[in-house]
Design a protein around this ligand. Structure first.
Ligand SMILES: [Zn+2]
Length: 395
C-alpha cells in the first residue's frame, strides 16, 4: 500500500537521484483494488482483475492495470464484487444502523416497513442522513411494525389516505409500500391489507413488498393481488400457507407469479421466516431467490443473520453457484428499485461502490429461524468496503 505522499516523495527522491525533474505527479487513478477475484454477474465476469477508480466511478476492470494510483488495496485472495444491496432491512430505525451496514459491504439498503404514516418521517430522515443510499418502504399500517402484537389486527390501521400522504411528503426516499401478512400480524385481514397497500402505491406507481408465511389466506389467494415488480419476502417461510404444498411441491401459482415478474426475496430474519427443509425442497425444484436480503437490524450480529455475506453463504450449501448468489445481492437487487439503477455493477462508469469479501474454507455452522443448524465448508466474510471511490475505515 502506497499513499499519495509516499508516492510523491519516492518520485521526488527518484528524480533527485537521477538528476531530472519528475513530470506528472498526479496519479492516473484515485484507487486501484489489485488482484482480487472479481465476480460481477452484470458483466458475466469471474476472473482475477484489478479495479481502477477515478472521479468516484469505475474507470477500468482489467488484468494488471498499469497506471499509478493515489491509494491501492491489495485484494489478492479476496472476492471483489459490486457494493452489496440489501432490499429488506430495518436500518432506518436509528442513525447508528447505516454506518454498521456499510462495514459489511452494504452500499445500498431498503428499510422494509419499520415506519408507517405516523412515524415514517423519522425513518426517512435516517435514510437521508445515511452515508450510502438508503430507501424506505412505508408500512401500510400507520403505526409501522409493532412487535409483538401485530400492526394489522385492526384493519383501520391500514389507512390509504394517510399512507399516500406519507409517501407524498417523503417522495425522495420512499420507494414502495410494505404489508406484513402473517396471521400474528394481520389476523384475518391479510387480503384487505394487501388491497389497501396496492391502493396506496398505485398513484405513485410504486411496488408493494409483502411478508408471507403463516398467513390466514393461502398463496393462491394472495398472489393474484400482486403486480409485476412487487416483491414477496420471506419466500421460504414454512407452512401454513407458504410456497409449498403439503407434499413439499411448489404451488403452480408461485412459479406462475415468478413468470409474470413477481420478485421472490429471501429475508433471513430471526423468527418464523425460514427453515432449512423449505429452502432445501424449494431450491431442489429450482426455485432460487431473485434477491438475498437479511431483515437486518442493529442487533443482527448476535443472531443467525450476522451480516449479508453470512446470509449469502447459506446458499453455497445448497449448491447455488457463487456468481448467482452474488447476483442476488448486487445486480438483481439493484433492478428491483429504480433508485439503484446504476448500482450493483462494476461496469466502467458506474459509481465506485465495491464490496471486498473473504471466501474462507473451514467448518462453519449456519442457523435457520427454528434453531436448526447446518454445517457449511465455505463462508463469505466482509473484508472491506469502497463507497463512491473511497475506502471505508474498518475500525
Ligand atoms: Zn422485516
Amino acid at each position: 500500500m502506497m499513499n499519495r505522499r509516499q508516492l510523491i516523495s519516492s518520485a521526488v527522491a527518484g528524480a533527485a537521484l537521477h538528476g531530472r525533474v519528475p513530470k506528472a505527479l498526479a496519479a492516473t487513478y484515485e484507487l486501484i483494488i489489485k488482484g482480487g477475484r472479481v465476480i460481477d454477474p452484470s458483466m458475466d465476469l469471474d476472473a482475477v482483475r484489478d479495479v481502477a477508480i477515478a472521479g468516484g466511478k469505475i474507470a477500468a476492470v482489467e488484468a494488471n492495470i498499469a497506471g499509478d494510483a493515489t491509494e491501492t488495496i491489495d485484494a489478492r485472495g479476496r472476492t471483489v464484487a459490486a457494493g452489496l444491496i440489501d432490499i429488506h432491512t430495518h436500518a432506518g430505525r436509528s442513525k447508528e444502523g447505516p454506518p454498521l451496514l456499510l462495514k459489511d459491504g452494504v452500499t445500498g439498503w431498503v428499510d422494509a416497513g419499520s415506519g408507517g404514516a405516523d412515524n415514517i418521517d423519522a425513518v426517512a430522515a435516517v435514510a437521508r442522513g445515511a452515508p450510502q443510499i438508503g430507501r424506505v418502504l412505508v408500512n401500510i399500517a400507520r403505526t409501522g411494525v409493532i412487535s409483538p402484537g401485530g400492526e394489522l389486527h385492526d384493519i383501520n390501521a391500514a389507512n390509504v389516505a394517510l399512507a399516500q400522504g406519507a409517501i407524498a411528503r417523503n417522495r425522495d426516499v420512499v420507494v414502495g409500500v410494505k404489508a406484513r401478512l402473517s396471521e400474528n400480524v394481520a389476523g384475518t385481514n391479510d387480503l384487505e391489507a394487501l388491497r389497501r397497500a396496492q391502493e396506496a402505491a398505485a398513484p405513485f406507481n410504486l411496488p408493494v413488498m409483502i411478508h408471507i408465511g403463516q398467513s390466514f389466506s393461502p398463496m393462491r389467494a394472495i398472489l393474484p393481488l400482486l403486480k409485476r415488480g412487487d416483491i414477496v419476502t420471506h419466500m421460504y417461510a414454512p407452512a401454513p400457507n407458504g410456497i409449498l404444498d403439503e407434499k413439499g411441491r411448489l404451488f403452480p401459482d408461485v412459479t406462475a407469479a415468478r413468470r409474470r415478474g413477481i420478485i421472490f426475496d429471501f429475508g433471513n430474519g430471526v423468527l418464523d421466516h425460514f427453515d432449512w427443509a423449505t429452502v432445501e425442497r424449494a431450491t431442489k425444484q429450482g426455485f432460487w431467490p431473485d434477491t438475498i436480503s437479511t431483515d437486518w437490524n442493529v442487533m443482527s450480529k448476535t443472531t443467525g443473520v450476522v451480516d449479508l455475506p453470512n446470509v449469502m453463504s447459506k446458499f453455497i450449501m445448497f449448491g447455488i453457484p457463487l456468481d448467482r448468489i452474488i447476483a442476488c445481492a448486487t445486480v438483481n437487487a439493484a433492478r428491483v428499485f429504480p433508485s439503484f439503477d446504476d448500482r450493483g455493477t462494476l461496469n466502467v462508469g458506474a459509481p465506485a461502490d465495491v464490496a471486498i469479501m473473504e471466501l474462507s474454507e473451514g467448518a462453519f455452522e449456519f442457523l435457520d429461524n427454528y434453531k436448526g443448524t447446518r454445517p457449511g465448508r465455505q463462508r463469505l466474510f466482509p473484508a472491506g468496503t469502497v463507497l463512491a471511490g473511497k475506502e471505508v475505515p474498518r475500525a
